[in-house]
Ligand binder design. Sequence first.
Ligand SMILES: Cc1cc2nc3c(=O)[nH]c(=O)nc-3n(C[C@H](O)[C@H](O)[C@H](O)COP(=O)(O)O)c2cc1C
Length: 396
Amino acid sequence: MNRASRRVASPHVVCIEDFRPLARRRVPQSVFDYLDGGAEGEVTLRENCRVFEDVTFRPRHAVVVPECSLRTRVLGFDLSLPFMLAPVGYSRLMHPGGEVSAARSAGKAGTAYILSTISGHKLEDVKAASSGPVFYQLYLMGGRAAAEASMERARVAGFSALVVTIDTPVSGIRERDFRNGMKEMISGGLFEKIPFLPQVLSRPGWLADFLLDGGMPSLENVVVPGKGPLPLVDVAAALAESAITWADLRWIRELWRGPVVVKGVLTAEDARRAVDEGAAAISVSNHGGRQLDGVPSALRALPEIVSAVKGQIEVWMDGGIRRGTDIVKAICLGANAVLCGRAYAYGLAAAGEAGVNRAIEILRTDLERTLKLLGCPSIAALDRSYVNVPRGWEES
Ligand SMILES: Cc1cc2nc3c(=O)[nH]c(=O)nc-3n(C[C@H](O)[C@H](O)[C@H](O)COP(=O)(O)O)c2cc1C
């Protein structure tokens, strides 16, 4: 067992929350807050996690459940787990292994990894690292020409699906990032950077890793034909021009031809529209509370969307998942599978690939224990009868 694995083994890390102080200690404040924070007053961010307390279990006791199956089918793939790793931008700033480590870890665990457009490693390297399915999350950064080039690269490399995120016409305002000088650190001149340098210098281990990794990464998968990868300094401006419309989605579908997943659905109306537009799946998501503050938690939005979709396509959900019990509750409410964002990214920031492996392991053992305590033999057998939901949720 190497040092990083030891650092995140029990008893130091028993649950996902235990990664947070470790991550906070290893990476600069600006990187930690970019990962941990949400938009504006962070109301939706908090509610994403809190809302799981509103749903309680209805266990079947005095039944024998010798083995529990966690197997789940997603887009025709047989996964060993009912959760996948969500796209998380700037993963390479959290740890040099970044997206490659997360993809390898997901593959080893028998689940899928979704690579963000905002990634520092080449998509070909990410695909090569994983023994499991890998999907590509698409923003129209750099315009249609750059998107077309990345779709072609993703197709050739063997990515199996596109995940199109529709909730980011502009970046949400994450106030912690402003206070920490994220903009100045990425795109400012030396004088603008000076006030924020102490937070970087106080994390020498991270700084050494960062410098040995070549410093500020470019966006290796956003390449406007004839130009190089998009520098990080241009990300905010590029994102502001990359709003995706339903017309873009049609264009993407025609070009990609494989399965397209729409991520960022919060209403029955958008869910039905996604079905009509030929999506293979949707993810009920508020981007982990990082975009429009004040929208409902993803779990609360789930029942309305599950009934609107009527089983025509897969419904995924993401936001606030920190425990296996959260995953089980989301599946009881009708999700086919969930995505975890911060749950594994805290592990990545705390200890690189060893941290991601440990995060996945914690959630896996949580799930097995929860199914046994519920008296349910498999993820596939979960349904609404295993949970109590608050009054009002049933009608939606
Ligand atoms: C640091 C960070 C970066 C993210 N970057 C992206 C991204 O580039 N594209 C995207 O579609 N979603 C992105 N997300 C949202 C996640 O894919 C997912 O929706 C969210 O993390 C789920 O909430 P959770 O973190 O509570 O699990 C990001 C989330 C975090 C925490």
